[in-house]
Ligand binder design. Structure first.
Ligand SMILES: Cc1cc2nc3c(=O)[nH]c(=O)nc-3n(C[C@H](O)[C@H](O)[C@H](O)COP(=O)(O)O)c2cc1C
Length: 176
């Protein structure tokens, strides 16, 4: 797909068809995440990919309770776990008071979602979930953080126009 078109097509899909996603397509999405850039090339993420129906539904419930009724419809949930940061990233984050780990995970999530859209799949990033219950369900160690969930599946949502600020509201040329 043309990149401009891809950016338009990618949206948060909050309704999914009752249709499994081919494993090769899931793997392509994960590969896009793997290839994404990160501060100090830290790659401080693990993509816990949940496609076992029963387990996936239990993970979905932990988001459902926080308002994501559609999450259960998605056949796959990718759980983006923030690994312990490298010393350099930790040092850099402390120095700049910016959490590079979250930036990195956001970029990886964007890669995953754009790759999915290119494969004709829908996604939705989710920050509302019960982290504790997801950690228990998926054996994620206590000292890791669950940064984000991504639902993945064939969309049953309508394609919406993007609601965004105008370009001149978010861009300044040469000075703030
Ligand atoms: C970091 C992040 C967290 C998000 N968390 C949620 C969420 O918990 N539930 C939800 O329905 N959408 C969530 N979204 C989707 C946003 O609401 C959505 O991206 C935004 O409204 C723009 O719409 P679009 O993705 O359809 O273009 C999240 C998006 C991002 C980037």
């Amino acid at each position: 797909m043309d990149f401009k078109e891809l950016i338009k097509v990618r949206q948060s899909n909050r309704a999914y068809q009752d249709r499994a996603v081919e494993k090769e397509k899931i793997e392509q999405c994960l590969e896009a995440g793997r290839l994404s850039p990160s501060a100090n090339n830290a790659q401080g993420w693990t993509f816990v990919t949940v496609d076992d129906v029963e387990l996936k539904n239990r993970v979905a419930e932990s988001a459902y309770r926080m308002g994501g009724a559609f999450v259960k419809q998605a056949p796959v949930i990718i759980v983006l776990v923030a690994e312990k940061p490298l010393f350099m990233s930790k040092f850099g984050s402390a120095l700049r008071k910016i959490d590079f780990s979250s930036l990195d995970i956001g970029i990886a999530a964007a890669h995953i979602c754009l790759q999915a859209a290119d494969l004709g799949l829908g996604t939705c990033m989710l920050e509302s979930f019960d982290e504790k219950s997801i950690k228990t369900l998926l054996n994620i160690p206590d000292n890791r953080r669950v940064a984000l969930l991504i639902t993945l599946g064939y969309s049953a949502d309508i394609q919406r126009e993007k609601k965004r600020k105008k370009l001149d509201e978010v861009v300044r040329w040469n000075k703030y």
